[in-house]
Design a protein around this ligand. Structure first.
Ligand code: BGP
Length: 470
């Protein structure tokens, strides 16, 4: 029998800023992401300009999950979801981020949302900060480069931990925390042309590590039932050849891109290779008394992570490059690529699961995985997304191998964008991940009608059979 246990958390994942829309409703403030994606290729970096009249911002309406959540959760329930991952928009709770009193309407919205999940048999899995923060905190404080952000974030955490106590047990502190170094603009650190950009980015990272650790400690104190994880983007790198230099480089890239972040948050301190790296960069990161103790006292309970693709590493400068989630790598000739140039590698999932588990021996949670693709509606109005089924099938097989063959402890699996939503990387609707199609195009036209794709029934069967029927 190759079934997974009944308590394995099958589900799906979205983020507030890419799905909710209703960007100024019920007292919500402007978020960084409300102006960061402007429907153009790549993340627009006109953060400081605020909303411009002549620019189209896809996140302003998203898929209007804000008003459709009951209908959408019912569809997830039909698929048998046992959990559902979303984030809380910081700006619904603290519109500017630095005020003392939270916005009751925002709190009430998530009360209803989490209650509806529970009523429909889904364990809420909540990202506290998914790529977004009040724009005001960027404009007034320079985002996470400013130490004050730690307190603003902790105030937000305290309010939501207390309010949703008993409803939410699974939390993650920052989505893809490695983005603070890979794309510091997401943490509100602006202006790459300035000399101190790197210093500010590393300072921002330190602030996030301290904030995350303090949030973990606080969350445990408020409710000992809470399970609080980190969330990292996994950048799996293989050596392109068996040349020792390539092997070493791949390992260094794994540390720099991925393990540095988990080492810090799981073990609660800066590893020696991180200190050496910062030393080599010649930058000074200000560490205040108590910071290192706080990091030690706020080790995470589990590792949440996203996995989409892998790439290779080589010291040879002449080989072909490949695209990827936030960073590009070297093309691996043994694996295919998606329409967006991300290399598809299901075995890489088993590989990273094992790397994490042998390194830390704490539970893992695959909170993002999936294939972004252009979907075609056929004449009967149906979407036959066999390519998506094939991608997920192969990844689930490898996840099962990790559990059943290797003994890795995995809490659950939440494929990304279980309902179509706005792409974080491109700002487009047409890069779709969902089991459920949403009638909305890149210009914001469409009825917002929801439609089940072929993968919907497939995933329902996967869950119903506890992963046996793929
Ligand atoms: C991750 C993010 C998500 C998401 C996903 C897919 O990095 O956590 O927010 O969008 O990648 O990326 P994209 O939307 O660019 O296809």
């Amino acid at each position: 029998m190759s079934k997974l246990s009944k308590d394995f958390l099958w589900g799906g994942a979205i983020a507030a800023n890419q799905a909710e829309g209703a960007y100024l409703e019920d007292g919500k403030g402007l978020s960084l992401m409300d102006i960061a994606t402007a429907g153009k290729k790549g993340v627009s970096r006109h953060f400081t300009k605020g909303v411009q009249e002549d620019v189209y911002y896809p996140n302003h309406e998203g898929i209007d999950f804000y008003h459709h959540y009951k209908e959408d959760l019912s569809l997830f329930q039909e698929m048998g979801f046992r959990c559902f991952r979303t984030s809380i928009a910081w700006t619904r709770i603290f519109p500017n981020g630095d005020e003392e009193t939270p916005n009751e309407a925002g709190l009430a919205y998530y009360d209803d949302l989490f209650q509806d999940m529970l009523d429909k048999g889904m364990e809420p899995v909540v990202t506290i900060s998914h790529y977004e923060m009040p724009l005001h905190l960027v404009q007034k404080y320079e985002g996470w480069a400013n130490r004050k952000l730690i307190d603003f974030y902790l105030r937000f955490c305290e309010v939501i931990f207390k309010r949703y106590k008993g409803k939410v047990k699974y939390w993650m502190t920052f989505n893809e925390i490695n983005s603070v170094i890979l794309m510091p603009e997401i943490a509100g650190v602006l202006d790459r042309t300035k000399d101190d950009f790197q210093t500010r980015s590393y300072q921002a990272a330190h602030h996030q590590f301290v904030a995350s650790a303090k949030a973990v400690a606080m969350g445990h104190q408020i409710d000992p039932e809470n399970k609080i994880g980190c969330m990292v983007l996994t950048l799996v790198k293989y050596p392109l050849t068996a040349k020792p230099e390539d092997v070493m480089l791949a390992e260094q890239n794994m540390r720099k891109g991925t393990f540095a972040f988990t080492d810090i948050q799981v073990r609660g301190h800066y590893p020696a290779y991180v200190k050496k790296h910062v030393e080599r960069l010649g930058i000074h990161v200000q560490i205040e008394p108590g910071d290192l103790e706080a990091m030690q006292q706020g080790c995470v309970d589990y590792i949440g992570f996203s996995y989409y693709s892998s790439s290779a590493a080589t010291t040879d400068p002449n080989v072909e490059k490949t695209g990827g989630n936030m960073v590009s790598g070297v093309k691996n000739p043994y694996i295919p690529t998606s329409e967006w140039g991300w290399q598809i590698d299901a075995l890489g999932l088993r590989y990273i699961l094992n790397r994490f588990y042998e390194r830390y021996e704490i539970p893992l949670f695959i909170v993002e995985n999936g294939l972004g693709a252009y979907d075609q509606i056929n004449e009967d109005g149906y979407i036959e997304d066999d390519y998506r089924i094939a991608y997920l099938r192969e990844h689930i097989k490898e996840m099962k191998n990790a559990i059943l063959e290797d003994g890795v402890d995995i809490i659950g699996y939440t494929p990304w964008g279980c309902i179509d939503l706005v792409s974080a990387g491109t700002g487009e609707m047409s890069k779709r991940y969902g089991f459920i199609y949403v009638d909305r195009d890149d210009e914001g036209k469409g009825t917002l009608e929801r439609k089940k794709k072929k993968s919907f029934d497939w995933y329902r069967q996967v869950i119903a059979s506890d992963g046996e029927i793929l």
